[in-house]
Write a protein that binds this ligand. Structure first.
Ligand SMILES: [Zn+2]
Length: 488
């Protein structure tokens, strides 16, 4: 008994409705229907459209063409850079070309840090230079660099346990290894060293920090990402080295002889800059006031060209919305694609969006976020009000040809929709397979070569079907009232 049978489709079955149900459905047209509504199933027309989307996605290369265009014509697009501004213009142009409605930008103030050049040299016991990348936001060194004996620790608790005399005046090397997992859970535990290691080491009197990359590859590409100093504490330079170089450094420590290191970095902060969130829509029909938001981030780290992080997410969302726009049926709810500015260096884009839409945050009834690579999707998870779990089961069945596992209702979502989800917005999460994601994430190796066109098409299929059925929910997406766990 689908309330949306009274929408602009499904009229053929209206005669089966009893008057009471017609009245209930008319109420639904005004968005006033309550949780007391009869159990909800999708109309045949909506399920047929879902099949059409899935089939079309299997041969549609719009998403691949988008990520190719973004990585070729724009390339790296770190917040505040010229590439960042070019990406905003690119996104506006491409959304217009794909026929999205209400294409617009929302100005976002972003911090502007520039990397400069970094070098890392083992001076003793055996002299070697290794490729290094400054951690995002870290301060540079004097031109002659920082040179000192090094102390090796695993992680933050291990550093805290050392006597101050073992740290003061030293370079601290963190050797913590990240674990490879399909769902990315290894990142959350490993990233603490990158985020907070330099602040802690500085507070204990260290002069610089080196970390083993928070990544899983054995390529010689160091991994960057944000580090955060405490406002009062000292700010010391911090760099990452790749996993094979970390192995080599640890063999030098294993010799038992003192290890002396030298680091140079010309990283520095520039004045705040302007960027923008880019927004486009597929307008809804009878429930147009409700928004299904598709989030990805337009910015990238600077060493690579942001193909998997997050060019692929941008492409999946735009590709999915484009397929829905081309359907003969129109979505009930408005589908809004938001390409967020500056996810990587402080999430100022999503914070600006959240503040700007504070008055209408409750209109955001359902969210999808793609910020975990180029697929394939292997599971459908959710974070919905338990009353809507049968509906998620129906969506999972509609995705059956993609052979997705059925995940739990504890989806954590990504950084850009975190604020809306904390306010109770439901999340549907076609989970992207992250097994290889951290081989490439935040490295110079994040290029188009990492994107598999078939996996990207499959991901677009999963997001397109999920988004469509999310927008066609015959009932309501009720608010989620359980406290949202922190992101991993
Ligand atoms: Zn990302």
């Amino acid at each position: 008994m689908a309330a949306n049978s009274l929408g602009d489709h499904g009229f053929g079955r209206m005669h089966t409705f009893k008057p009471l149900l017609i009245a209930a459905s008319l109420l639904a047209l005004h968005g006033q229907i309550s949780a007391a509504e009869p159990s909800s199933t999708y109309s045949k027309a909506d399920l047929r459209a879902a099949n059409t989307l899935r089939e079309r996605a299997s041969t549609d290369d719009t998403a691949y063409q988008l990520v190719q265009s973004l990585t070729t014509e724009v390339g790296a697009r770190f917040a505040g850079s010229a590439g960042d501004r070019a990406a905003v213009a690119w996104a506006v142009r491409e959304m217009q070309r794909l026929g999205f409605s209400n294409v617009r930008t929302m100005e976002v103030k972003v911090p502007h840090w520039v990397r400069g050049e970094a070098s890392f040299t083992v001076l003793e016991p055996s002299s070697q230079s290794m490729p290094a990348l400054a951690l995002g936001g870290s301060v540079g060194t004097a031109p002659e660099g920082v040179e000192s004996e090094a102390v090796m620790v695993k992680d933050l608790p291990a550093l805290s346990a050392l006597p101050t005399s073992a740290v003061r005046g030293r370079i601290v090397y963190f050797n913590n290894r990240m674990e490879r997992t399909r769902d990315g859970s290894g990142y959350g535990t490993a990233v603490a060293v990158r985020a907070a290691g330099p602040a802690l080491a500085g507070s204990l009197g260290a002069v610089a920090v080196v970390i083993r990359s928070v990544g899983t590859s054995n390529d010689r590409f160091p991994h960057t990402g944000t580090t955060r100093y405490s406002p009062e504490g000292p700010r010391i330079p911090a760099v990452a080295i790749s996993n094979p170089d970390a192995d080599a450094l640890e063999r030098q420590f294993a010799s038992g002889k003192p290890v002396r290191l030298q680091i140079t970095s010309s990283s520095r902060d520039l004045p705040q800059a302007l960027s923008a969130n880019v927004i486009g829509e597929i307008p809804g029909t009878d429930r147009a006031g409700e928004i299904v938001i598709l989030g990805a981030h337009l910015d990238s780290w600077d060493p690579g060209v942001g193909a998997i992080d997050d060019g692929a997410g941008v492409a999946i969302m735009m590709g999915a919305a484009k397929l829905i726009r081309e359907l003969a049926l129109k979505p009930r709810r408005t589908i809004r694609v938001v390409l967020f500015a500056n996810e990587e260096f402080g999430t100022s884009g999503s914070q600006t969006y959240l503040a700007a839409s504070a008055a209408e945050s409750a209109r955001h009834v359902l969210g999808f976020e793609a910020d975990f690579g180029a697929g394939p999707v292997w599971r459908l998870s959710s974070r919905v009000n338990p009353a809507q779990l049968p509906l998620v089961d129906q969506i999972h069945r509609a995705l059956a040809p993609l052979k997705l596992e059925r995940g739990g209702n504890e989806a954590r979502g990504g950084a850009d929709l975190d604020g809306l989800a904390k306010l109770g917005m439901a999340l549907l999460s076609p989970d992207l397979d992250g097994t290889d994601y951290f081989d490439v994430h935040h490295t110079a190796n994040d290029t188009l070569a990492q994107v598999d066109p078939a996996a990207l098409r499959q991901s677009v299929a999963a997001f397109a079907v999920g988004t469509w059925l999310g927008a066609q929910n015959p009932g309501n997406w009720e608010r989620v009232t359980t406290p949202k766990p922190p992101r991993r």
